[in-house]
Design a protein around this ligand. Structure first.
Ligand code: NAD
Ligand code: MG
Length: 390
């Protein structure tokens, strides 16, 4: 029986993974090692009971007593805190999904790679903040990373049986998020509630707002650069409001292979779960005649400066990814808290990148977790500095 762990089980991606595991037979089909979550310990305990997990971990230490009592008599061990999340990730499992949001996913993700495990990676921040470190760790230990971000899963699937050297460029699509059609001058007035509504995908609040600002696509471009080793000029972004084509690989001979599917994360998670096989999944099959048409446009960089920042960060290399990611997280926190406007986020990230570029060592890509975390702290401070200056 295969063993699995799900980090960030109580989130949007985590719930989709739980759904797939339960449909596949739950504890009769998989041995669940670890499930981790945050404040929602009732949901975490419910999942742990349903899957008969060995251990359930909340990242929030103050929630330990509650989790323990929810798990009483279940046979599932309870633990709490970031170190416990990383320890749970280090427990041997055949397949581990990282569906934690933010840079908090990096330490447990590295633990999976350290033990040479298979890491199904939804947590794009792992590759954005520490791509070279993560990829070299995987090479050293023989660990495998399977992309779960839908665009990267789409590229990965489109590349099966193909030679990366024959690829001229890849295209990842973007829905355009909540504000695709808003007049530019209205963007500064966008509220958190408005930015939290995605036209096509049901996702966690943070990635939904990142979709409206295009920072999600900025992270994904860097993620593709790090994971597939593609140079920045070989990665394109295309606005595609219907979110049916997720990505496309264009070969030097003029042929393009696109990946199409309903916007449902259970496809990409299920693909990674069953890889290299394919299994029946509860995902709606496309009816293109009913859809009628798919539309596309080039992204407007005046509307979405995040895409320019991603390109500049890739060209600068070094600590850029760690800085861009953490500065973005800080700016997003500040927008959600009402300290800055929607349109202040990109300038905050740009300020952090500019300040970081003047620091010694910026040109070297961080060689270990501590170095990544030091840049992460620097970037959060730098991004927060301009707060209220708007
Ligand atoms: P979410 O906010 O719905 O869930 C996040 C999960 O991480 C929860 O279980 C939460 O408890 C846990 N968590 C939050 N902070 C934590 C911390 N500090 N330490 C440990 N655990 C913590 O997020 P989501 O939308 O499911 O996204 C998860 C990841 O997957 C993100 O990296 C996101 O970019 C990526 N992703 C999401 C989708 C999607 O459809 N939601 C699609 C592609 C990629
Ligand atoms: Mg994506």
């Amino acid at each position: 029986m295969r063993s699995v762990s799900v980090l960030g089980a109580t989130g949007s991606v985590g719930e989709s993974a739980f759904d797939l595991l339960m449909r596949a037979g739950g504890p009769a089909a998989f041995r669940t090692v670890a499930l981790t979550g945050g404040a929602n310990v009732a949901r975490l305990a419910g999942m742990a009971r349903a899957l008969r997990a060995e251990i359930a971990v909340t990242a929030w230490p103050e929630k330990l007593t509650e989790l323990r009592s929810l798990l009483a008599g279940s046979g599932t061990e309870a633990a709490a805190g970031s170190a416990a999340v990383a320890e749970a990730a280090a427990r041997p499992a055949d397949w581990t999904l990282s569906a934690i949001v933010g840079a908090a996913g990096l330490p447990p993700g590295l633990e999976v790679l350290n033990r040479g495990g298979t890491l199904a990676l939804a947590n794009k921040e792992t590759l954005v903040a520490a791509g070279p470190l993560v990829m070299s760790r995987a090479r050293d230990t023989g660990a495998r990373i399977l992309p779960v971000d839908s665009e990267h899963s789409a590229i990965f699937q489109s590349l099966q049986g193909e030679d990366l050297d024959s690829v001229e460029h890849v295209t990842i699509t973007a829905s355009g998020g909540a504000f695709r059609d808003w007049p530019l001058e209205r963007l500064a007035l966008a509220t958190v509630a408005e930015a939290s509504r995605h036209p096509n995908w049901a996702m966690g609040q943070r990635i939904t707002i990142d979709s409206a600002s295009m920072f999600n696509k900025a992270l994904e471009v860097i993620e593709a650069h790090e994971f597939f080793g593609l140079q920045p000029e070989r990665i394109r972004v295309l606005v595609h409001p219907q979110s049916i084509i997720h990505a496309m690989v264009t070969h030097r001979d003029g042929g393009s292979i696109a990946h199409l599917g309903a916007p449902d994360m259970r496809h990409a998670i299920g693909y990674a779960l069953n890889w290299p096989a394919r299994a029946e999944l509860p995902v709606a099959k496309l009816d293109l005649a009913a859809l009628g048409s798919l539309t596309f446009s080039a992204p407007d960089e005046a509307r979405w400066p995040a895409l320019r920042l991603a390109r500049e960060a890739m060209l600068a290399g070094g600590a850029s990814g760690a800085v861009l990611n953490a500065a973005k997280e800080q700016a997003l926190d500040d927008f959600i808290a009402g300290h800055i406007r929607f349109t202040d986020m990109a300038p905050a990230v740009e300020r952090a990148l500019d300040l970081a570029a003047r620091e010694p060592g910026f040109a070297q890509s961080p060689g270990d977790l501590d170095a990544v975390l030091a840049w992460d702290r620097f970037a959060r401070r730098a991004a927060a500095q301009g707060r209220g200056a708007a």
